[in-house]
Design a protein around this ligand. Sequence first.
Ligand code: SAH
Length: 348
Amino acid sequence: MSRIQGILSQLYNENYIPKYDMIYLLENLDEGSREQLFDCARKIRSKYYENKVFMRGLIEFSNICSRNCIYCGIRAANENVDRYRLSKDEILSCCKEGYELGYRTFVLQSGEDRWYTASKVADLVSSIKELFPDVAVTLSLGERSYEEYKLWYEAGADRYLLRHETASRNLYEKLHPDGDFDNRRQCLYNLREIGYQVGAGFMVGLPGQSHYDLVEDLYFLKELKPHMIGIGPFIPANSTPLAKEKAGRVEDVLVMLALTRLMIPESLLPATTAMGTLDPRGREKALMAGANVVMPNLSPIATKSKYQLYDNKICTGDESAHCRMCIEKRINSTGMKVDMGRGDSLIA
Ligand code: SAH
């Protein structure tokens, strides 16, 4: 057996390999061993989640942001963004439409927008839960205090998505001029302690990112053991400091997805919109590399195109009902099946 074969079989059987083997794998994968890696990831995914793909309805409720992450299209300093903020009624009507389309999870995402005070968000969450008691509510509003997270949890929020973005302190600090590496991680630990199902995650192909940085992501995740892990390619965004940089590669994201599936087998892994943006079959390929969640957009058609985290984001002109059907066809083409349930993680 070659060294790669040995490493893959240890990863498959033990869901763990030492860091030096992980580096070796990343530096030596060829086309054949990459296919074997994806095959292992699919087998593990099926063992835990069968062939189900869980659907989440994404509502991007504000693109107003006080932060200046240098990769992000809606960073505060970007003056070429048409800013919007949905009202409570507008958000509730997105939920209503989503509920009628069968969604039982709503993900409410925004920039870091303090207009949505702790009490406004708590009120929004409890209203959604009152109207739709059988849905899971996921929040993704960025870094807030322990008390705010707790208030929202008590109001009924079930899950929180906060990608760690990169586990390399050095890279993190370069990308986030007004960010605090330790605080972002602390937020993840706080969310977990409060009782949320937690989503972390990272970008692949960031300018300056090495294999060593990506390995740090995998081992940080192994330790944190989040319920969900969002992994997508970096894609340059107009009018940002990284506008002229190269995008991440779909193949590299697929490898990271498969490795994540093997290291944290019970995690929920979305096939991200960013993958679909770089490659028309990017989301299908992600599902074939171990992903098992998709997050179709439920934002109002008038604002879909304004939440441009990166250039050429797909589906911004499509009605929510269209996205619902389109994604189902894509999922079926991979031999997997849509599951419209809440789709809770198997991780305790
Ligand atoms: N304010 C929230 C939501 C941020 S946007 C928060 O802080 O969590 C959601 C995710 O989009 C980010 O976590 C980041 O990983 C991703 N993203 C932002 N800009 C991107 C880009 N240019 N390319 C790819 N992904 C990007």
